[in-house]
Design a protein around this ligand. Structure first.
Ligand SMILES: Cc1ncc(COP(=O)(O)O)c(C=O)c1O
Length: 360
């Protein structure tokens, strides 16, 4: 079996040092973040935070204001919410609960952090691979019914970009002891929110939904995510973790982004339009390259399969300051696969042209 390799995209600072260029000169298509400048309303709030110097004090106990803002945004009680230092920190704590709940199942190819977390707690886990061909229609039915107690789902799935239907996931809640549904990319995905499981948390105690603000607002460096689950589980995890896992700026960012529904809606509409337009432009261009097959995706990244190893192409692009995500570290994929996330149109043109040249 493939060894566990812990690898992420988004190594922009490493490459800027290696190539001796500024980070903003790198086109990073290896991490799937929106490529636009930080929204003005967020910058304003962060500047105010700096001016007011509230960061001199410990953050509010239990993040009451942030939890209330998130609760109001989703129409759920603050008791159901635990904010965290990015979804990744929360995945670590969920792994603790999952390790106590029986046999876990991961569905490769999938985000490597789940396995990292399960290893932290010596959890029992198995794999059930997702089929490598899928419908171009989204949402689609979740295709697996693994023999396990705990099922980890990503919606939309990373790295395939498949969007699972809420109906098909709801059925799984009747079968498994615990369902963990990572919705880190759902808000960025056009028509994605309709498939969210958040509204089911009040009816199902065996559900944990993971959300992240990293991708939609490109705030990977601020670190901000949250989970939504039953209050008993939330309180159990709160008692285990650090007393102040979020810093003052991340808290302010969360209150600002989710507390301004009008600004949030304007931003999200712009992002969905960009995803639809650029994804179809880019995939149609890359599809014209003989060696490559572009796979359908619902969101801002997609998989590409080559007839041969993509390692030379990845290196060629990296030397030109363009990063794409090689997939050899994903279980069930190989060096013939890459994941590409869409950027601004001018950058997408450069990526496409560099990929074309890398085959010459
Ligand atoms: C599916 C998935 N979940 C969670 C995360 C982590 O998000 P965060 O930046 O909030 O820790 C990522 C990051 O790439 C991801 O791909």
């Amino acid at each position: 079996m493939k060894k566990f390799i812990y690898k992420h995209g988004g190594n922009i600072f490493d490459y800027s040092k290696r190539l001796n260029v500024l980070p903003e000169e790198i086109i990073d298509s290896s991490a799937s973040l929106v490529p636009f400048s930080t929204p003005k309303f967020l910058l304003k709030a962060l500047k105010k935070e700096l001016k007011d110097k509230n960061f001199r004090y410990y953050p509010e106990k239990n993040f009451q204001e942030l939890r209330k803002t998130i609760g109001d945004f989703h129409g759920i009680d603050p008791e159901n919410i635990m904010p965290g230092n990015g979804a990744s920190e929360l995945i670590t704590w969920i792994g603790y609960e999952a390790s106590q709940s029986g046999i876990n199942c991961l569905t490769p190819p999938c985000f490597s952090d789940y396995e990292r977390s399960l290893n932290c707690w010596n959890a029992n886990y198995i794999f059930d691979e997702l089929p490598k061909n899928w419908s171009s229609k989204n949402p689609q039915t979740f295709p697996l019914l693994p023999n396990a107690d705990v099922l980890w789902i990503t919606n939309p799935h990373n790295p395939t970009g498949q969007l699972w239907s809420q109906d098909s996931l709801k059925r799984l809640l009747l079968t498994y002891k615990l369902i963990i549904c990572d919705e880190a990319f759902l808000s960025i995905t056009p028509e994605g929110e309709k498939e969210s499981l958040i509204s089911l948390v009040k009816d199902f105690d065996n559900l944990i939904v993971i959300r992240s603000l990293t991708k939609l607002f490109s705030i990977a460096g601020l670190r901000l995510g949250y989970i939504i689950s039953n209050p008993k589980l939330i309180n159990k995890l709160i008692l285990k973790r650090d007393p102040w896992p979020l810093n003052a700026f991340a808290i302010q960012a969360g209150i600002t982004l989710l507390g301004n529904k009008k600004e949030y809606t304007v931003w999200t509409k712009k992002i969905h339009k960009w995803v639809n337009t650029e994804k179809s432009w880019m995939s149609s261009k890359i599809s014209t390259i003989n060696q490559l097959l572009v796979l359908d995706s619902s969101t801002n990244f997609f998989l590409v399969k080559s007839k041969q190893s993509m390692i030379p192409n990845i290196k060629y692009l990296a030397n030109k300051g363009i990063l794409i995500r090689g997939c050899s570290s994903f279980r069930s994929l190989s060096d013939k696969w890459v994941r590409i996330s869409i950027q601004k149109h001018s950058q997408n043109k450069k990526i496409v042209s560099a990929i074309q040249n890398s085959f010459k």
